[in-house]
Design a protein around this ligand. Structure first.
Ligand code: HEC
Ligand code: HEC
Length: 222
């Protein structure tokens, strides 16, 4: 009898909808399910490989949206598509609840390559890395209205915290290499599931140098 009951409650835990689970239960369930993601996204969603995005502290609504997009093919990535195929909507909301509750790790300062372009205004006395980050900071806060590059701050917030209700992703402390890759994907329309094409419209007007500058700046936001 006891065994039967146990089997029953076990089955319930997997078939129950997240609406009857408490948030803490979803986080616990998500933690177990996220074990399959750790090899690329790190133990608590803080990936160590800079082209694998950190998922820690990201808004759950945004995470679910992206997982659904990988599953239905509107966002394309060979690694993520096959993984998302294996997830139910319930799995996605549990995993998203788990990652949203983790703390994102800070990054080291980016290292400039010798052939990196220096911003035009760089004076000999200014550290070129700091000049690039300052350029990125200006773009993040003010955009470039003459070229219709909207200020990132308007949607992603003063600290890169994004907006949960609007599903604007948090950006702070994300890896610079992933940011550069995904902004370039928006620019070239490789990543095209963004609402009303808003990120494509912005990224297509940015130069590679500007993408790098803003990515460096965002990677340093805490
Ligand atoms: C083999 C490596 C690998 C594994 C395993 C993996 N991912 Fe990913 N994931 C990636 C890569 C690479 C990207 C970036 C795709 C791109 O550039 O568009 C990504 C992107 C994502 C994104 C989008 C993040 C963003 O900021 O837009 C989410 C969400 C995600 N993965 C969730 C998961 C979950 C949940 C699991 C486990 C069930 C998982 N991933 C397992 C490699 C992996
Ligand atoms: C009008 C609102 C808006 C503005 C302005 C905006 N973004 Fe976004 N951004 C979004 C939305 C919405 C998404 C999510 C797209 C999706 O769902 O695929 C996004 C996604 C992103 C992502 C992908 C995050 C990830 O984890 O993969 C990056 C990077 C990004 N934006 C950078 C920027 C930068 C840099 C600027 C300024 C130059 C900017 N955004 C301006 C709305 C905006």
């Amino acid at each position: 009898m006891k065994k039967k009951l146990l089997a029953f409650s076990f089955a319930m835990a997997f078939t129950g909808t997240s609406s009857i689970l408490h948030a803490g239960d979803a986080i616990d369930a998500g933690k177990e399910k996220a074990a399959a993601c750790a090899s690329c996204h790190g133990d608590s969603g803080n990936s160590l490989v800079s082209t694998f995005p950190k998922l820690a502290q990201q808004h759950s609504s945004y995470l679910v949206k992206q997982l659904e997009a990988f599953k239905n093919g509107t966002r394309k990535n060979p690694m993520m598509s096959s993984i998302a195929m294996g997830l139910s909507h319930n799995d996605m909301t549990d995993i998203a609840a788990y990652y949203a509750a983790q703390k994102i790790s800070a990054n080291e300062l980016p290292v400039l390559d010798d052939d990196d372009e220096k911003p035009a205004a760089t004076k000999a006395s200014v550290d070129p890395l700091q000049a690039i980050i300052a350029q990125g900071s200006d773009l993040y806060r003010n955009g470039d209205l003459s070229r219709e590059v909207s200020a990132c701050i308007a949607c992603h917030g003063p600290f890169g915290e994004g907006s949960k209700p609007a599903a604007f992703p948090a950006l702070k402390s994300q890896h610079a290499d992933y940011l550069i890759k995904t902004l370039t994907d928006f620019k070239t329309d490789v990543r095209s599931n963004n609402p009303e094409n808003m990120m494509h419209m912005i990224a297509k007007k940015m130069t590679a140098e500007e993408i790098k500058a803003v990515a460096y700046r965002i990677s340093m936001m805490k």
